[in-house]
Structure formats: C-alpha cells, structure tokens
Design a protein around this ligand. Structure first.
Ligand code: PHE
Length: 359
C-alpha cells in the first residue's frame, strides 16, 4: 500500500468519525477501523509478512494512521457522550414548579350514603337526640324476641334473616335485620327520658333493583312519661322539611303493622318528577320512607319498664332510599358496586358542613 493510499484511508476514516452522529454510529466506525477485522488492524497484520526493511517504514506509517484515528475516535466519543447527557437531561427534566399530584385527602370522596347518614343524624341531634349504636351481629333476643316477635311469630319469616350457627345457649345469632334492636340496647343501658338516633347497616337476604342484601337504616326512639303520637308526627315532619330543604312537605301516614309498635304507621313522602328532576314535597307520587309507631307495651315490659308509667314512639327509616331520592339515582345496587367513576360523579369531595335543621 502506498503512502497516498494510507493518507486517503486516514482521511476517509477521520471523515467517517466526524460524520458519526451518535455513539452507536461511532462504535461502528471504530470496529470497522480498529476492531479485530478492522481495516487498520488488517494493515498491521500485513507487517508480519513484509521484508524487514519495508516493515519499519510501513509500520511507522500505519501506526501514525492508527494513532490519529484513535485520537479522533476518543475526541468524538467525548463530544457525543456529552451531547447525549445534555439531551437526556433536557428530556428528563423535572419541573419543580408543577403542582404536586392530588393526595388521598383531596382525592377521597364521601359516599352518598355516608353523606345522607350524617345529614340525618345531625338534624335529629339538633332536636336533642343522642346517637346510639349496636353491633351488626345481634342476639335473637334483641333482634326479635324483645321486640315482641317471639320464636314462632310469622314476622320472622318476613325478614329473610341471615342466621348464624346455634350458640351454647341454643339460640342463633343473626345479622340484624333492622336497627330496632338498638332500641332494646338503649333501654337496657339507660332509664328514661330517652331520645336516641341509631344509624347503621342492616341485612336481609334479598337483591334486586331496589333491594341489596346489606342496606342502611336509622332508628329513632323517644321514651318519656307523656309522649304521644302528636310528638311523633311533629318530629317526622320537621325532619323531612330539614332533610329535603323545603318549607312544606307532603306526607302520608298509612296505618300499618309492626309487632313492636301499636298503633303502627308507614310514612310516604310526596314527590313529583319533572323531566329528570325529582321535586320533593309536591306532586302526586309517593315514596315510602319509614315505618313508625308508639312503642308496644310488650317491648317496654321486655326491658323492665312499666308501660303504665312510660310510653314513647319509635321509627325506622331507610337511608339508601332517601339518598336515591335526594340524588335522583335509579339503581340501589350502584351504591355498593365500588365503581370509581360512579363515586367520582355522585360522591362529594368535602366532609359535610355543619348545618341547622331548618335551613
Ligand atoms: N324496624 C322496622 C323495619 O325495619 C321499621 C320500624 C322501626 C317500624 C321502628 C316501627 C318502629 O321495617
């Protein structure tokens, strides 16, 4: 190979190095020149078969090319890696002025049922009711017997009860079928006067568009020495006006039957459907929202209260139904399906603010 040829090889390689636009292109050039089978390496290998007098000059010339190529490779490598780092930094830059992602406190939602439960209990709390609680798993006595529903009573069948296995005392605990057992607990724990409100979960083996096996009720109980039906009506009317935030509300008290109240009534609330909107308090449609009545003397006797001295009223209300009505939601099952899109749409962001019962 002549000196010119060597020069043009060198020029060619240096140009290729200069043209390599990124590190992998540069590596290709390096392998093609200085790699085991590279063009410069091949020239070095040729030295072995040369006569000694040619070998010296040729060796020096090839070495000069090799050194020049190696230096150019290194310089280009430094430039390209710096450029790569700069590009990476520009691409991965963190903008510290961006707002932080929403945390659980602001992402969280209050479920419509919790919202309505809080509103209901607040309204009654403002009327002097105290919150009482009971467990979801109840004794047969509290859920039925003490409420004037003895063992063979037909009302037991109406409740589609979830029973547990028989305990040591021969009775079967139940998932409470209503919040009424909290009446019993409250009367056993404290003597009158009593004014309690007891929200909670209840269970019945039932499921369709308007029934879920778990749902929510709120129980109310007032026991004193001069309580009468007029008090019950007034309390419920005031409650409905406050809850639906209307000055007047149409209510219908229908005679009914519950073993634990006498007389017993079911209460419907009037509403109108104007397009998609539900207007409470007017119109000619009725929705049953609660059962109520004067506490049956047998219930008072079951908790050792003298029915001649004490009497009172009780009511039990379906919370989910009221939530459906308030929010205009057609399917109760959606309440408990845990669909995040549904929750984002219907659930409120803030915790309920304190409110007064009459607006
Ligand atoms: N416990 C009854 C029910 O679940 C409601 C009710 C409560 C009725 C208190 C009267 C008095 O249907």
């Amino acid at each position: 190979m002549s000196a010119q040829e060597l020069d043009s090889l060198k020029a060619e390689l240096l140009e290729a190095i200069a043209r390599a636009s990124d590190l992998s292109a540069l590596e290709e050039v390096r392998v093609g020149a200085l790699g085991k089978k590279g063009r410069v390496s091949a020239l070095m290998q040729r030295l072995g078969s040369m006569p000694p007098e040619e070998r010296r000059d040729f060796g020096q010339a090839v070495n000069t090319v090799k050194t020049a190529v190696a230096e150019a490779l290194e310089a280009r490598h430094t430039d390209l890696s710096r450029a790569a780092t700069v590009a990476k930094l520009a691409h991965e830059r963190a903008d510290v002025t961006l707002p932080v992602r929403e945390g659980p406190l602001s992402e969280g939602r209050i479920h419509p049922v919790s919202q309505v439960t809080d509103e209901i209990t607040e309204i009654f709390a403002d009327m002097g009711f105290r919150i009482a609680e009971g467990p979801d798993i109840e004794t047969d006595f509290n859920n039925f017997t003490a409420l004037n529903i003895p063992p063979e009573h037909p009302a037991r069948q109406d409740h589609d009860t979830f029973y547990f296995a028989e305990g040591a005392d021969g009775t079967r605990p139940v998932l409470r079928t209503h919040t009424s057992p909290v009446q019993i607990r409250a009367m056993l724990a404290d003597r009158p006067p009593l004014r309690i409100i007891a929200p909670g979960r209840v269970y019945r083996c039932d499921s369709d568009q308007t029934h879920t096996p778990m749902f929510h009720q709120v129980e109310g109980l007032v026991i004193d020495e001069e309580t009468h039906l007029g008090h019950l009506k007034w309390v419920l009317e005031e409650f409905c006006k406050a809850s639906f935030e209307v000055p007047e509300v149409k209510m219908r008290f229908r005679a009914s039957h519950f073993p634990f109240t006498e007389p017993s009534m079911e209460v419907d609330i009037g509403y109108a459907k104007v397009g998609d909107e539900i207007r409470i308090g007017e119109g000619d449609k009725w929705l049953e929202i609660l059962g109520c009545g004067m506490v049956h003397p047998n219930v008072l006797k079951a908790v050792d209260l003298d029915p001649k001295k004490y009497q009172g009223f009780a009511f039990g209300m379906g919370i989910d139904r009221i939530a459906m009505l308030k929010y205009g939601m057609p399917d109760l099952r959606a309440f408990f399906s845990g669909d995040l899109r549904w929750l984002k749409h219907y659930a409120s962001r803030r915790s309920p603010s304190p409110r007064s019962p009459r607006g």
